[in-house]
Design a protein around this ligand. Structure first.
Ligand code: 5GP
Length: 140
């Protein structure tokens, strides 16, 4: 766990934020550089760097808050859908080393982009998929 992050400072009220939700273990606030109106970040109050580092009960808390807040965000900005994403590690573009779930509203105005637009995609044969699946199973 990191000692302190910009997000622990937000939780502590040392850095101002537009807070939308708080409970014992989680916190949600508007992203300061929104990708869309209503772009919200949901975090565990404790500064785990990556989802993989978090205890499962805390992952449960964060996703419970995410589901609840996604509904509120959609209603608040009249969005029919949201993209919910985590940049899980620096190589994935994570800039703040404190787990945060992005809730980004998407609209039916021709601007919506699915996460598939982030990747070029790869062609993998079925035996390669089987090998990868086996490697994932044996690494649990
Ligand atoms: P990442 O790239 O790490 O997944 O996303 C970090 C997010 O945190 C960015 O979207 C960025 O705009 C947001 N962010 C960074 N610093 C602050 C801050 O001080 N306040 C708020 N509200 N958001 C921040």
């Amino acid at each position: 766990m990191s000692e302190e992050t910009i997000f622990t400072q937000i939780v502590a009220g040392e850095i101002p934020s537009h807070t939308v939700y708080e409970d014992e273990t989680t916190y949600a606030f508007l992203d300061v550089n929104p990708l869309a109106p209503g772009h919200t970040l949901v975090i565990p109050k404790e500064p785990y760097e990556r989802l993989n580092d978090m205890p499962t009960d805390l992952i449960g808390d964060v996703f419970e808050t995410t589901g609840q807040i996604a509904e509120a965000v959609e209603n608040a900005v009249d969005a029919p859908a949201t993209t919910i994403a985590i940049n899980n590690g620096e190589a994935a573009g994570q800039e703040v080393p404190h787990v945060h779930v992005h809730i980004v509203p998407q609209f039916e105005d021709g601007t919506a982009k699915p996460i598939h637009t982030l990747f070029d995609g790869v062609d993998l044969a079925d035996d390669e998929l089987a090998q990868i699946a086996e490697a994932i199973r044996s690494n649990q």
